[in-house]
Write a protein that binds this ligand. Structure first.
Ligand SMILES: [Zn+2]
Length: 413
């Protein structure tokens, strides 16, 4: 007897035609076939619906999330940072855990199996945000995998040694990656990047930098980040989030940076929701990384939520399919293939997960969701709900579940 069997589901991609049954044991898929013999201790009938691979959201800020009601929506990135900075010193552990849990619960209900969050660390807040993020990671182990980036905020001076010590400490206590920002650093950006990459290499961590979140064409740091990744032996372990200004670089600059990024196996994370809200207020430009060009140049490109209902973006619901849909519109990409890839296996590779196009086969990790649409419908276009979600062989969302904290809607007798 299998631990779990999903009957009559149509796996997305992978070349499987028609509906199949999927058996799961010990956290892995153990059999995929039409009309699978035997039974499961737990069985679910998918009714011919689409089976989606694990969704991965590679970029969140759980410490900022759900503060839009208090702080409002910002007029640009600098204003968003100022609004958050005004509240930051007084945010309690309880507030971090409550708001973070809210967003993580939404993500689980959307079929997200892994997410990465940035947590501020500097001399002002110390390790408070990082410790809350690590607590969320531990609280949710078994339902979703959470990675934490120790994130040095934009306002930290490059020679603030106390803040650098705190960043190093955050890596020692369990953060998965080191991060910071370059967009507002001007000529200091190479020094900031070098220090972050050197720290990560020493701690055997990954790197995830907010790279060039600006539309100033003179700010171009992707090529230098690629050189640093190779110098410190971190090929394949460095992510460049945003890369807005790459979209306004000259063709020659773009070609050089994309070539070097591909060689160093830099991952680029496009963040259309926040970029469309904050960038280009004076120019009307979109501020989205040049995704089609990056993909054509052999760079792995993923897509993430970034901010959820905070001053940086007063909208959002932590659904990667929403981010993917918006990426398709803003970056003018055809769907659904490349868009779903950006929030599944391509995002998985950013996090260092063994992920690929071929996901529904025996021995593969059993993390997936049933989408409430047919196999010929586009789940990105229709934002199909996901009533049944499985994480490492365990059902983490069932169709009966309503919003947490509310009574279920049912017919009254
Ligand atoms: Zn961010």
């Amino acid at each position: 007897m299998h631990e779990l069997v999903i009957r009559n589901a149509c796996p997305w991609g992978g070349g499987l035609a028609g509906s199949v049954d999927v058996a799961v044991d010990g956290g892995h898929i153990t059999a995929v076939a039409p009309a699978l013999p035997g039974c499961g201790r737990q069985e679910w009938e998918a009714g011919g619906r689409l089976l989606l691979p694990a969704l991965v959201d590679p970029h969140h800020h759980l410490d900022k999330a759900c503060l839009a009601r208090e702080l409002g929506g910002a007029s640009d990135l600098a204003d968003a940072r100022a609004r958050f900075a005004s509240l930051r010193p007084g945010l309690t552990r309880e507030s971090h855990i409550e708001r973070g849990s809210r967003v993580v619960e939404w993500a689980i209900r959307h079929g997200v199996s892994a997410l990465r969050t940035h947590a501020d660390v500097d001399r002002v807040v110390g390790l408070r945000h990082v410790e809350a993020a690590l607590e969320l990671k531990s609280n949710y182990a078994g339902r979703i995998a959470i990675q934490v980036v120790a994130f040095q905020p934009a306002g930290v001076p490059v020679d603030d040694e106390e803040s650098w010590r705190r960043l190093a400490e955050a890596l020692r206590i369990g953060c998965d990656a080191a991060g910071g920002t370059t967009g507002n650093r001007g000529g200091e950006a190479p020094r900031v990047m070098e220090r972050v990459v050197r720290l990560a290499a020493g701690a055997q961590c990954m790197v995830d930098l907010h790279l060039d979140e600006t539309l100033d064409p003179a700010t171009q740091n992707l090529a230098e980040l690629a050189r640093l990744a190779r110098r410190y032996g971190l090929e394949g372990r460095v992510a460049a989030s945003h890369c807005c200004s790459l979209s306004v670089a000259t063709a020659a600059q773009r070609a050089e940076a994309i070539g070097l990024a591909a060689e160093a196996r830099i991952h680029v994370i496009a963040l259309p929701l926040t970029n469309l809200y904050l960038q280009g207020r004076d120019s009307g430009l979109r501020g989205i990384a040049p995704v089609a060009e990056l993909l054509a140049g052999g760079v792995n490109v993923a897509c993430g939520s970034d901010n959820v209902q905070d001053p940086f973006l007063p909208a959002g619901n932590a659904d990667p399919l929403l981010a993917a849909q918006l990426l398709g519109i803003a970056a003018q990409l055809p769907g659904p293939e490349s868009l779903l890839e950006a929030v599944t296996w391509r995002a998985g590779r950013v996090l260092g997960l063994a992920a690929g196009r071929d996901w529904c086969h025996p021995a593969a990790p059993a993390s997936f969701s049933v989408a409430d649409c047919g196999p010929r419908e586009d789940p990105v276009a229709c934002l199909a709900p996901r009533p049944l979600c499985v994480y490492e062989g365990r059902v983490v969302r069932t169709p009966e579940e309503c919003a947490p904290g509310l009574l279920p809607v049912r017919e009254r007798a």
